[in-house]
Structures are given as C-alpha cells and as structure tokens.
Design a protein around this ligand. Structure first.
Ligand SMILES: Nc1ncnc2c1ncn2[C@@H]1O[C@H](COP(=O)(O)OP(=O)(O)OP(=O)(O)O)[C@@H](O)[C@H]1O
Ligand SMILES: [Mg+2]
Length: 310
C-alpha cells in the first residue's frame, strides 16, 4: 500500500511545466483509503469514533520558518476524507502557510522551511522520494483571486490532463469537469472564448473545474470567495457542498459565517507575540464546526468568534 503510493508520488520528469494545480489522469481511486487510523492529536468533539470518515492527511508537529522567522509552531491536525475543513483566525496567524504545507506549495517560496510530518494516506509528503509535482496533482489548489490561464475556457480545463497524457475523450472530460463545477450550462456555447471574458465568479468556478479535471483527491482553497460578490460567493459555497461527496476540501476563510455554513470541522489559529516581538501562529482549537461556534473549549476561541479579538 505504502509502496504503491510512493510509486505514484515518486520522482518523474514528466509534466514539470504543469501549473501547480494541473493534475494527472491518475485517479484517486488508485489510492485505497485504508489509513483510517484514528489518531486525532487535537480534540475532535462529538460523534462516535467509528462513524468518523478516515483520516486522509495528518499534520504532525508541523513548524514552518521563513528564513529565521518562526511563522507557525507545532501544528498537529487530522483532515478527514470527504469533509470540508475550515481554517480560521486573525490575519498573519499562518492559515495560508499551513494550507501550502499540504501540497508542498511552500517549496516554491525560497525562504520557507517545513519541519514535522505531513502524512497523506500514511505517506510523508516531505519524504525523500516524493515528487512535489505529483503531490500537487493529487492535492489541487484554488487561489483567492481567480487565475485562469490566458487561454480559451476549453483549454483551461484540458491543459492539465493534456500535459499528463490523458488518453480518454477530452471533450467528455471538459464537459464533465465544467458540469461538476456548476459552470457547464453557462459556458457550453462559448467554450472557445477566452476565460478572461467570464465574470469573476465564473472564472473562479472555471479554476475549480481546472483543479478537478484530473481527479485530485483533495482540493485546497485559500479564501476562494473573498474577491466575489455575495451571490457568486453563495454559488461557490453550494458548489463546495456538492463537491465534498467526491473530494476532501480544506478552505481558508476570513468569513466566520462562511466557515459555519460550509464546513464540517474548523481549526482556529491564533498568533503568539514572543518577547522579541516575533509573531508565531499556532493552532488553538480544532473541533466539529457546530461545537467550535457554540461551545468552544478555549476562552481564546470564544473571544475570537464573539468578536472580542482579531
Ligand atoms: N513568503 C513569505 N515570506 C516571509 N514571510 C511570510 C511569507 N508568507 C507569509 N509570511 C509570514 O508568515 C506569517 C503567516 O502568514 P500567512 O500568510 O500564512 O497568514 P494568514 O493567516 O494566511 O494571513 P491572512 O489572513 O492575512 O491571509 C505572517 O507573519 C507572514 O508575514
Ligand atoms: Mg492567508
């Protein structure tokens, strides 16, 4: 099992030019979800443990540095399959930094250094034989600002699979991906038009279609709706809810109502100010979303969600 995953994630030259979120035709079903060991490092309240979805990604004592700056301290957290996990907390507490650890996106920041374990299906993503390009194909990402390629709507979706050598019917794959991203009906008659001709909300759904075009396991979203109007935001939230039937989603959001509406579990991060003025982020509390917002365990969480801090 472990060998199989390491083979899949192993070093390959192919596809180096793929964008971060260009995924392969390797399907997630190649990876049987057998890493169901329940090893919550942080309180996960409520529910019968036997009913919990299996853990797909486990962070173990993750510390992140930018050069000498200790940005995030000692985060341990299980992410469960086919759930939506929200990261909330004040600006600068390390939400984006931790999210980027989950698909080795911090590798692209020269000063960044990640310590600790990030286990995906039980395999350490920072292990010696792991290819970060392959990791990013399996664990896709959608950014705050919609960032379609300067290409047609069709080519935006087809780009990743094409680079990965997808052998199936590309038209069908493009339609299916756009349909899953709830965009097909709006664009089916103008697939050859530039992606830039779409509205911001449509562009963001196109980026989601692009991210899921080659069946990633996990989709990371860093404030995916913060640049959108309330109606487009609602559309993205509905879409996330639909997508979680097939994907594991982790969303960073500043919007606590949004975290409350869409997520199953919420991780609340905060910042400690050290003696030398350094601001280091840490995980304060991780619980089922309903619990975190109604009966948080920590006073700090309560202060934040009731608006007394942050
Ligand atoms: N590329 C970088 N180089 C150096 N320091 C960075 C870099 N990215 C983030 N940091 C620092 O790491 C800390 C955590 O930043 P991060 O962007 O993860 O926070 P965040 O919780 O996502 O904040 P926001 O809500 O404002 O997006 C901050 O002090 C930030 O200044
Ligand atoms: Mg951020």
């Amino acid at each position: 099992m472990t060998d199989r995953i390491e083979t899949h994630l192993g070093t390959t030259e192919e596809g180096q030019m793929a964008q971060e979120q260009a995924n392969t035709s390797t399907t997630a079903s190649d990876v049987a979800a057998t890493s169901a060991e329940d090893s919550d490092a942080v309180r996960t309240s409520g529910g019968d443990p036997d009913d919990l979805n299996p853990v797909i990604i486990e962070l173990e004592n993750v510390n992140v540095y930018y050069d000498d700056f200790h940005a995030v301290s000692d985060v341990s957290l299980p992410i469960r399959e086919r759930e939506i996990t929200a990261f909330i907390g004040p600006s600068g507490c390390g939400k984006s930094t931790v999210l980027r650890c989950l698909n080795r996106m911090n590798d692209l920041i020269e000063s960044a250094r990640v310590e600790g374990g990030v286990n995906y299906h039980g395999v350490d993503l920072y292990g010696p034989n792991i290819d970060p390009v392959e990791v990013r194909r399996r664990i896709g990402m959608v950014f705050q600002k919609p960032n379609p390629f300067p290409k047609s709507i069709y080519d935006n979706v087809a780009f990743g699979p094409k680079i990965a050598g997808y052998k199936g019917n590309m038209d069908d794959l493009v339609e299916q991906s756009l349909d899953r991203a709830a965009l097909w009906d709006e664009v089916k008659d103008k697939l050859d038009e530039s992606a830039y001709a779409l509205s911001g909300g449509q562009q963001q759904r196109l980026c989601i279609a692009r991210a899921i075009a080659t069946s990633p396991d996990v989709v990371l979203m860093d404030e995916p709706a913060s640049a959108l109007d309330p109606i487009a935001t609602l559309r993205i939230e509905e879409l996330m809810y639909e997508l979680k039937a097939e994907y594991t989603i982790i969303i960073v959001t500043h919007n606590m109502q949004q975290a409350g509406r869409v997520s199953d579990r919420t991780a609340f991060f905060s910042v400690d100010i050290q003696d030398d003025g350094e601001r280091t982020g840490r995980l304060v509390e991780f619980s089922e979303t309903a619990t975190l917002f109604t009966t948080p365990e920590k006073q700090e969480t309560e202060d934040y969600i009731t608006g007394r801090f942050g």
